[in-house]
Ligand binder design. Structure first.
Ligand SMILES: Nc1ncnc2c1ncn2[C@@H]1O[C@H](COP(=O)(O)OP(=O)(O)OP(=O)(O)O)[C@@H](O)[C@H]1O
Ligand SMILES: [Mg+2]
Length: 463
């Protein structure tokens, strides 16, 4: 590289020296030097013109012939262009392959910008959602998928879990929508036809609900006869007496199981949903205390630390079921006794209902499975305590309905803490609410009651 420039400079200097020498001989040094310089300038301009015209012809043809430094420049640019064309071709091929493969996908793929305006979609997405090219390009996806659940999911960016919705274009088709953010918060949306799975799941829920409901009547009859038999059990032989006690225990257990199953299927199917309203936590806890009292032994102590006038926005029975299960679990799984602390802590971000015990604790490997239906850490232990393993599944579903989350911390032989985290729009701490606590407020519309928060006091109830 350097050599070429040296050679070019040397050629020019030699030429100039020769011209000066001739000029000196002819006595026209200055005129010849000027002529030489102008000639050189003209030659450079001509090369520049050649270069420009070649570039304007898109530079696809071979570059014009040129010697020296210009030849080098032409060749270098030509090589660079060839390389660029090659990588462009390769990129286009890769892009075509990606486009062809996504077009062949059964799943719908949609690319939308950070505002949710449609940029690109494959054929399956077009079919599943009834998208039209080019009319729908640039349209907000919420205009195409006019579904309140989808609107909430998309506008609140709840992309943690997939959403199942009805197809807007195909009757009886259910779609699972999963969104991922990429680049500068652009949206990559996957759409899957889950009709078969959805219907199967629906069938399972219906079956459990119907079977549980049908079991209720015969069980009531059996329980009725058992109660009558219990009244006369003193006249029966000892072996039969034991049998009756056993049957009564088991029928109690079965009734508990059926109630839990019915509650779970109600929670899952969104059937007969309770109205949500502002509920005073002290009242819920008082109710729980009354239920828990008979289960406590001498070794147990139960305390409630609930600040005055704390409210949670939700369904009274559902929250009572969830919270009481946590408290009853704490008692059941603390056979040696110990202190159980029920607490409500609220800050500007959330409200947390927690139950802390000093019981047997749970091995960390079981924690992720605790909210599965019928899951019990120790099956033997479960039957001793009469547990069915549905309690925490109910807690999970109730919390989902309240946009809340369950957090479990536990250490074997040390104790456990089960904490329910409620979002801040579902919790309030103010005196004025006591007047509206019984009013029915539509779901997901926490009342905008005047913010007249009073200094809260922690009340501790020992039992
Ligand atoms: N506080 C706790 N300490 C130790 N183990 C617990 C605690 N809470 C729950 N578990 C474990 O988690 C399992 C599931 O609890 P869950 O409440 O779902 O069912 P259950 O109490 O056995 O029955 P159910 O609540 O339906 O009567 C329990 O069987 C128990 O092994
Ligand atoms: Mg339980």
């Amino acid at each position: 590289m350097k050599k070429i420039w040296q050679r070019a400079f040397l050629t020019w200097i030699t030429g100039l020296a020769a011209v000066l020498a001739i000029g000196f001989v002819l006595g026209q040094t200055l005129a010849l030097a000027l002529l030489y310089t102008l000639g050189t300038l003209y030659w450079q301009l001509y090369q520049l013109y050649q270069f420009h015209s070649w570039l304007r012809r898109s530079g696809k043809a071979a570059p014009p012939e040129a010697a020296g430094i210009w030849g080098e420049i032409f060749d270098a640019v030509y090589r660079l262009q060839k390389k660029q064309r090659k990588s462009k071709r390769r990129m286009r091929q890769a892009l075509n392959r990606i486009e062809n493969s996504t077009a062949a996908l059964k799943e719908g793929v949609i690319m939308a910008d950070s505002n949710g305006n449609l940029e690109w979609w494959n054929n399956s997405a077009g079919l599943l959602l009834g998208l039209q090219r080019p009319t729908d390009r640039g349209q907000p996806i919420t205009n195409i998928l006019r579904n309140p659940e989808f609107f909430k999911y998309f506008s609140q960016k709840r992309f943690g879990e997939p959403l199942v919705i009805k197809s807007p274009s195909k009757e009886g088709v259910y779609l699972e929508v999963q969104t991922t953010l990429y680049d500068q918060n652009d949206h990559l949306i996957f759409i899957r036809d889950v009709t078969r799975l959805y219907l199967l799941e629906q069938m399972r829920k219906d079956f459990v609900a119907n079977a549980s409901h049908e079991l209720k009547t015969p069980l009531t009859v059996i329980k009725g006869y058992l109660e009558t038999l219990t009244m006369f059990k003193d006249n029966l032989p000892a072996s039969m007496q034991r049998g009756i006690v056993n049957m009564s225990d088991q029928s109690e257990r079965m009734e508990h199981l059926i109630e839990d199953l019915l509650l779970l299927s109600r929670l899952e199917t969104n059937d007969k949903r309770e109205n949500h309203q502002w509920l005073k936590l002290e009242e819920i806890c008082e109710h729980i205390r009354k239920t828990a009292d008979p289960m406590l032994t001498e070794q147990h102590s139960l305390s409630f630390v609930i600040p005055d006038n704390s409210y949670v926005y939700g369904a009274a029975n559902e929250l009572y079921s969830a919270f009481s299960n946590l408290v009853l679990n704490a008692i059941k799984y603390s056979p040696e006794g110990g202190h159980i602390k029920v607490q409500w802590v609220q800050n500007e971000f959330s409200g947390v209902f927690s139950v802390e015990d000093e019981g047997m604790g749970i091995d960390p490997r079981h924690i992720p499975r605790l909210t599965e239906r019928f899951f019990r850490v120790d099956k033997g232990r479960g039957s001793n305590t009469g547990g069915t393993g549905l309690g925490l599944a109910i807690v999970k579903h109730v919390l989902i309905h309240h946009s809340a989350k369950l957090q479990i911390r536990s250490q074997p032989n040390v104790g456990s803490t089960f904490a329910c985290h409620f979002p801040n729009d579902r919790v309030r701490q103010e005196a004025i609410l006591s007047t509206v606590a019984s009013e029915v407020i539509p779901e997901d519309a926490p009342s905008d009651v005047e913010e007249s928060a009073k200094t809260s006091q922690a009340s501790t109830t020992e039992s």
